[in-house]
Design a protein around this ligand. Structure first.
Ligand SMILES: Nc1nc2c(c(=O)[nH]1)N[C@@H](CN(C=O)c1ccc(C(=O)N[C@@H](CCC(=O)O)C(=O)O)cc1)CN2
Length: 296
């Protein structure tokens, strides 16, 4: 039987409705949750992702504003903007959209943020709290979205063997920590694989759940998957599609034939992507709640 496709867009809509209720409560208590998004340069994908995020904010009753800096902006200029936003009480969360241009060091920009306003959970304070199992701060959006997707599709990772392919700070490493934490969505046995793993298939074939975050199309094929395993595909890869007006289409890291053996898989679009946006809203309302309760 072909794999069931996991409807990430529907689950994200569920979470966004929960966020909208929380935002309404906060507004009733006198605090309108606010998100400041920063785009440096003209990267078309970044502009499109930020516009998806601000539209989602508006629908959930979250105030948002996008700050655009030119592609030539210096690191000092980006850091100066972050410092202004740290001090601006309208914003409970700040999102520097990644990637930043090469002259701007991403880590130094993230480090300049007030950790209480870190919308993506990438500040060292928040990553450190995650490592310590303190989950009251911001949690990186895509890993958090993957865990929620698993929980809400009846695939609680507890007691399962999860193989995460990819070791980025944005996805692979925080996800491995979340899955192995002693908390809801955790308690899994986690293997983390990457480009220096000699025989990837040897690991993926033993997994109950595979999360692909390698950033290379076709990294996972059907021979590498145990029958009945669940495959969550975080990969976003552009491949040429001359028949399309854009000239490209988006594919994940898992080849289509994986669907012949897996029990459930996320589609290339409408899977993990919408969850990333939904979890950003979760981080924003949580930051506003902390500010309201004087815990920021
Ligand atoms: N500061 C951050 N930068 C980036 C992050 C992040 O979490 N924080 N993640 C990615 C991009 N990203 C969010 O920013 C993102 C990627 C994809 C989607 C999404 O919903 N995609 C759609 C398809 C969209 C299309 O057709 O172009 C889908 O999967 O259905 C949302 C957010 C890098 N940067």
């Amino acid at each position: 039987m072909p794999a069931k496709l996991i409807d990430g867009a529907a689950i994200a809509a569920e979470i966004r409705a929960e966020v909208a209720r929380e935002a309404a409560e906060l507004r009733a208590a006198g605090v309108t949750p606010g998100l400041a998004a920063i785009i440096v340069g003209d990267n078309a994908a970044s502009i499109s992702y930020v516009s998806m995020k601000t539209k989602a904010c508006a629908e959930a009753g979250i105030f948002s504003e996008t700050f655009r800096l030119p592609a030539t902006a210096t690191e000092a200029e980006v850091v100066a903007l972050i410092r202004l936003l740290n001090a601006d009480a309208r914003f409970h969360a700040i999102l520097p959209q990644l990637p930043l241009p090469p002259q701007v060091n991403e880590l130094r920009v993230i480090d300049a943020m007030d950790p209480a306003k870190d919308a993506d959970g990438l500040h060292p304070v928040n990553l450190g709290k995650l490592l310590r199992g303190e989950l009251d701060g911001a949690i990186p959006c895509t890993p958090h979205g993957v865990v929620e997707l698993l929980l809400r599709t009846g695939n609680d990772p507890a007691g399962k063997h999860v193989v995460v392919v990819g070791r980025s700070t944005l996805v692979g490493r925080p996800l491995a920590v979340l899955l192995s934490n002693k908390a809801r969505g955790g308690n899994a046995t986690v293997t983390i694989c990457h480009t220096a793993t000699p025989d990837l298939a040897e690991h993926t074939r033993r997994a109950d759940i595979i999360v692909m975050a390698a950033g290379r199309a076709g990294t996972l094929t059907k021979e590498m998957v145990k029958p009945g395993a669940v495959v969550i595909d975080v990969g976003v890869n552009r491949v040429d599609a001359p028949d399309r007006p854009s000239g490209y289409r988006l594919v994940g890291d898992a080849a289509l034939d994986v669907r012949e053996v897996a029990s459930q898989v996320t589609p290339y679009t409408g899977g993990v992507g919408p969850m990333t946006v939904a979890m950003l809203l979760v981080n924003t309302v949580r930051a506003a709640r902390r500010a309201l309760e004087g815990r920021a």
